[in-house]
Design a protein around this ligand. Structure first.
Ligand SMILES: [Fe+2]
Length: 375
């Protein structure tokens, strides 16, 4: 096999002439490219990059003066990997951007095959609605909008709201599986359930006994910082940090214990001040968002898209980062691409093809069946 992986370039005019005749027939010699297709170790064009939130925030606010949310539809500054210019990718398989929504603004309801998560960076009290249920967002909450689900955002607070969007856009693009749809009125979804409904059904180590598996994706879409911070602090109080991970927890889908989204997994990490994790090698592309626990002096987003040897829980996060020096503890949120599960076509088959009214009608029927007292 190893000899097959060696490119057989060259070969003189006879071989070149043969190749040109192949091209005319839509053919190509595998032996010329095999070594780049089947590599002994992963290769990626993405680079490890660090963005400073404190540097981006003023630019985002400037964008807020220059363009309305209605004009932009999504007022987002893309975190684009410098090694992948013009491709709207933070790693080979993930998109990330920082979105600003100002007081009084809404982001109209829509749905798409791409899975999305958002990590709240700044502000309090704006909402994300998923299939007509609002969750009010607070700093460092993890919010999901699985592929195929209707979602919209609104800011009823008196301050700006900024969050990190993470989507599997590049992965879906590779599969030519992008579908998107907007409501005809370009407005928000009507409210069909009270805020917190999904959390009470799915986020308390319980699940509805008659759950009908008709909605694509994770039924739980809010993972509040207040909850997972306590988990990590409890872990820290009871055991030593792992040499490679420090204290690392994976957010779980309550349906099956798997990743929160079919193509993306998300993690929360606590790295004690002064603790350095050992270098490790991974093929996972990981946008990391670091935030302080004991008060935030600055936040930093770090991307390590290259399978490499890296030191620390936030690779590339230099010691010059002010929060690292100032914080007593750090929490990181790490959405990581997982290649083992990928079903955007499944999301489309199950979720698309129905109108919003049909989706909500089914949901209302399920709600009545599960909670007869509210019917
Ligand atoms: Fe969206």
């Amino acid at each position: 096999m190893s000899t097959m992986l060696t490119a057989q370039s060259g070969g003189g005019e006879g071989r070149a002439e043969f190749y040109s005749r192949l091209r005319l027939r839509g053919l190509a010699p595998l032996w010329e490219v095999l070594s780049s297709l089947v590599t002994p170790v992963p290769r990626t064009p993405a680079q490890a990059v660090k963005w400073s939130f404190s540097a981006i925030r003023p630019l985002l606010m400037e964008a807020g003066d220059l363009i309305t949310a209605a004009e932009a539809e999504r007022r987002v500054l893309i975190l684009e990997n410098p090694a992948l210019p013009g491709e709207s990718r933070i790693t080979s398989t993930l998109y990330a951007g920082l979105q600003l929504i100002l007081p009084g603004e809404i982001a109209p309801a829509h749905r798409h095959t791409q899975n999305a998560l958002r990590f709240i960076m700044d502000g309090e009290g704006a909402f994300t609605a998923l299939d007509g249920e609002r969750t009010y967002m607070h700093k460092y909450d993890l919010i999901l909008t699985p592929g195929g689900r209707w979602h919209d955002h609104g800011n009823e607070s008196d301050g700006p709201m900024i969050w990190l969007d993470g989507l599997d856009i590049p992965l879906v693009r590779v599969l030519d599986a992008s579908f998107a749809e907007h409501r005809d009125d370009r407005g928000a979804c009507p409210t069909t359930r009270p805020p917190g409904d999904a959390t009470w059904r799915w986020g308390r180590n319980l699940r509805p006994s008659r759950h009908a598996d008709s909605t694509p994706g994770n039924p739980l879409f809010s993972y509040p910082f207040a909850d997972w911070r306590t988990t990590l602090q409890t872990l820290r109080a009871s055991e030593d940090p792992h040499p490679h991970d420090a204290y690392l927890m994976e957010f779980a889908n309550p349906l099956d214990g798997g990743p929160v989204l079919t193509t993306i997994s998300a993690f929360a990490r606590l790295t004690p001040a002064g603790f350095a994790t050992r270098p490790m090698r991974s093929a996972v592309g990981s946008p990391l968002t670091a935030a302080g626990v004991l008060g935030v002096y600055g936040t930093t987003t770090v991307c390590t898209g290259r399978p490499n040897t890296s030191r620390g829980s936030t690779p590339g996060n230099a010691a010059s980062s002010p929060w690292r020096r100032d914080q007593g503890a750090l929490l990181g949120h790490c959405p990581c691409a997982l290649p083992r599960v990928l079903r955007p076509h499944e999301s489309w088959r199950r979720g698309f093809g129905k109108s919003y009214a049909e989706c909500c009608a089914g949901r209302d029927a399920l709600a009545r069946e599960l909670t007869p007292s509210t019917a």
